[in-house]
Design a protein around this ligand. Structure first.
Ligand code: SF4
Length: 332
């Protein structure tokens, strides 16, 4: 990533030129590098958003700035267009080598996170030249690029092929694919370390943690159902269904809405179990940071005996809805 070139490109954008004030939203890993941004954007009134964010689902509302520049993520198509936001995705150049001999598949579906999505056509060509049949396809309206996977959406990995190759860092995205599509073999290639990881072991490890949370939920009496206020994470309708099925099972539930989903904000609510309808990443990656079990809507269904436990269902966001004043008005 060449930040200087990215910043110069942004300065050529008409939206930047027209703006007087600019808000900047950075992934945690980029916050230490704000000096370069401050220097380059010194012709504008700049404010940095302090809250952490993990995706384009998180668009700060109500700010007084003319333009928001969000670094690190691609827009989410089904959320609509945002004329006063520049989504600066930050894609990696291809300075790594993928070794077809390390990929034990005759055919596969090729996927990545946004960081490497621009490289997928080249990777496809390399693999095909060595005789591997490669499918690269666009997912649903939650993702922008062919092959792109989000922590909350693995639609680009669906298909008849029995294998999936994920290119990217960390195991969060390929774990989602392995959980959602257990019939497929999922291999993760990390371009930074050169490692190839078969996700089956990670899937089994994660499932044992999930089933222990489901068992605790099966015995619980009180459930706090969490709804996010973030525009691309709000699933109010799903939360209401969750609340209804808990009541129908003769237990108690209440809805909690919040922006940043952390234990500190929840700890005083008298829930034995939290049901997370916000970002599915929280249930997977942050699970250990909560003082009570956090489960997904589908895990709640399993806990209440409404879904067969033998087929684990991964929580994906396909569409979102609103928790805005109109929803409340309708109920009054
Ligand atoms: S909901 Fe979570 S996983 Fe999905 S885009 Fe937002 S931060 Fe990423």
């Amino acid at each position: 990533m060449n930040l200087a070139a990215i910043l110069r490109k942004i300065k050529e954008d008409k939206r930047y030129k027209d703006a007087r004030s600019v808000a900047i939203q950075l992934p945690e890993g980029m916050k230490r590098g704000i000096e370069e941004i401050t220097k380059e954007f010194r012709d504008k009134e700049v404010i940095f958003i302090g809250d952490p964010f993990w995706g384009a689902c998180d668009i700060p509302q109500g700010g007084k700035w003319d333009l928001l520049i969000q670094f690190g993520h691609s827009p989410i198509p089904h959320l609509g267009s945002f004329p006063n936001i520049i989504f600066e995705e930050i894609q990696e150049d291809m300075d790594f080598e993928i070794k077809p001999e390390n990929i034990p598949f005759e055919s596969l579906i090729l996927t990545s996170n946004v960081t490497y999505s621009a490289q997928l056509p080249k990777i496809k060509k390399t693999l095909e030249e060595s005789g591997i049949r490669v499918t690269l396809k666009r997912g649903d309206q939650r993702v922008l690029y062919p092959g792109q996977i989000l922590g909350c959406n693995i639609s680009a990995a669906r298909g008849l092929e029995g294998n999936v190759l994920f290119v990217g860092e960390g195991i969060f995205h390929p774990l989602g694919i392995a959980l959602a599509l257990p019939e497929k073999r999922v291999l993760a290639f990390n371009p930074r370390t050169g490692e190839y990881i078969d996700m089956e072991q990670e899937r089994r490890k994660f499932l044992s943690q999930r089933y222990s949370a489901i068992d605790r939920a099966a015995r619980a009496k009180t459930f706090g159902i969490i709804v996010s206020t973030k525009i691309g994470q709000t699933r109010y309708s799903l939360a209401k269904v969750a609340s209804n099925i808990v009541h129908e099972a003769g237990r108690s539930a209440f809805l909690i809405t919040l922006d940043l989903l952390r234990d500190e904000e929840l700890v005083n609510f008298p829930a034995e179990i939290y049901v997370n309808t916000a970002c599915p990443r929280v249930t997977i990656e942050d699970y250990g940071t909560f003082s009570r079990p956090v489960i997904s809507f589908y895990e709640l269904q399993m806990a209440l005996g409404l879904k067969d436990k033998s087929r684990y269902i991964f929580d994906e966001i396909v569409m979102t809805d609103e928790i805005g004043s109109s929803s409340f008005r309708k109920r009054n």
